[in-house]
Design a protein around this ligand. Structure first.
Ligand code: FCB
Length: 467
């Protein structure tokens, strides 16, 4: 037997044995711009990602989301795939500019209808919808008025959240306001790697972050007003941060990075204040924080979604003054987007948030592994052994954190199927399902079969309870 075949057999055996404390939901996640395509269908307006991905030189393979997985038209097939994967839940985002093409005003019913059809299809398949309201695709019309630099955008987001939660109240029991504010605020406004591509340094990251958090805080009561007993949360991308050495300046840099990526958001949402050290360090760069903003942002939540891909090792450096850090990549295994594979990170991050912030419930809302573009082998499958191993190892460590008290209720693999990976385009797939972007043919990969085995062996009757 070849070593790949040995590895596959060994991993499937581990998958069959893996046990996660119940009740537990197994799902997969996607985001609108990364899969839907159809950028102008049924009255959709332009989003900042529609605009940004067409700028020369910003996407490594010059890809765009114009077609992506054509999920807008192929969603019934995609739901069939979810069933084959044994999913109990599906996390996806709504494209704001499908529903409010210019980011304000009454709903575009044709856009809303797409999501109603999708959610009804999920219900028929017994799959719970976890709906994210914002996964980075701001209506361009709002960007033209200042985007996340403007407090007005926070209010427009709350209007949108109210409108959508009213329209979908009878269909959706789990809402997420924002996906990864750290990433879309800092990569979109400080470094410019993501839309809208602004390179305004820490000042940009901080202004966008405050208004995004304000948007979140204003949206929570807007959803509660319509959502009945629906559960509401936010998704943060968190890392445990280790200093590169015990030198004082490396330790201080690690602390600054941790404050910026984790505590700025966690303290604001769970404690109603920003970390004092950040406020002092960045005092000349802060946006206006009005009296009452902190209380709005700390609206009580039902769950925290944690996206986790890696740990962070930080040294003193020159990146992002005044944060002044430098990421250190120790020898080890890395994914195609250069993230170190470190399964302990999921256990560490879960215990970190559980012990220090005690959210009522936690979902792993994303976790996954990128490879270089994959080819279909002669037996018609994709032997993505390393991705399968990544999920099995991380689930194993997640279960350990649960046994130590972390209240984890579900895990969403990133991602259901290969898709448009932002600035990497189509060159670094993360999917459990392979997509041929010429023919749009989908094929479940080896990792998908492994994941399905785990999902089937560990599912419970929660789906039926909500159906
Ligand atoms: C996260 C994003 C998601 C995807 C993964 C790989 O930061 O939320 O859309 O791109 O990374």
């Amino acid at each position: 037997m070849s070593s790949t075949a040995d590895d596959m057999e060994r991993l499937m055996a581990r998958a069959q044995e893996l046990r996660v404390p119940r009740p537990f939901l197994f799902g997969a996640a996607t985001a609108a711009y990364q899969i839907e395509g159809a950028p102008e269908a049924d009255g959709k307006g332009e989003s900042i990602w529609d605009r940004f991905s067409h700028m020369p030189g910003v996407i490594s393979d010059a890809g765009t989301g114009d077609i992506a997985c054509d999920h807008y038209h192929r969603w019934p097939e995609d739901i069939r795939l979810m069933r084959e994967l044994g999913l109990g839940a599906y996390r996806f985002s709504l494209s704001w500019s499908r529903i409010q093409p210019y980011g304000a005003g009454k709903a575009n019913e044709a856009g809303l209808d797409f999501y109603k059809r999708l959610i009804d299809g999920l219900a028929e398949a017994g799959i719970l919808p976890f709906v994210t309201l914002y996964h980075w695709d701001l209506p361009q019309a709002l960007q033209d008025k200042g985007g996340w630099y403007s407090r007005e955008t926070s209010h427009r987001f709350a209007d949108y959240a109210g409108l959508v939660s009213h329209a979908l109240a009878d269909r959706v029991a789990h809402w997420t306001t924002l996906n990864e504010p750290w990433t879309f605020c800092w990569s979109g406004h400080a470094t410019g790697e993501d839309a809208p591509g602004l390179k305004d340094g820490a000042c940009g990251g901080l202004a966008a972050s405050h208004h995004a958090l304000l948007a979140h805080g204003l949206a929570v009561p807007a959803i509660r007003a319509h959502g009945g007993s629906a559960e509401i949360g936010i998704v943060l991308d968190l890392n445990t941060v280790t200093p590169a050495s015990d030198k004082a300046d490396d330790m201080a840099a690690a602390k600054r990075f941790e404050d910026a990526q984790n505590r700025w958001f966690l303290d604001a949402v769970f404690k109603g204040r920003y970390p004092k050290a950040m406020l002092e360090l960045c005092r000349d760069l802060l946006p206006e924080i009005r009296p009452g903003d902190n209380e709005i942002i700390a609206a009580p939540l039902d769950y925290l979604g944690v996206n986790i891909y890696r740990r962070s090792i930080m040294a003193h450096g020159r990146e992002m003054p005044p944060l002044n850090f430098e990421r250190v990549n120790p020898p080890g295994r890395y994914s195609a987007v250069n993230y170190e594979v470190w399964p302990q990170s999921i256990e560490d991050v879960l215990l970190y948030v559980h012990e220090q912030y005690a959210p009522e419930a936690i979902y792993i809302s994303e976790n996954g592994f990128a490879t270089p573009a994959e080819t279909v082998t002669s037996d018609g499958t994709i032997h993505d052994v390393r991705r399968a191993e990544y999920h099995v190892d991380h689930l194993d460590h997640m279960a350990r954190a649960m046994r130590r008290g972390a209240p984890v209720k579900g895990y969403f693999a990133w991602t259901l199927m290969d898709n448009f990976e932002w600035a990497y385009g189509y060159s670094t797939p993360f999917g459990l399902v392979h997509v041929d972007f010429v023919t749009q043919e989908r094929r479940i990969k080896f990792s998908g079969h492994v994941y399905a085995a785990i999902a089937r062996n560990n599912s419970d009757d929660r789906v039926r309870k909500y159906a």
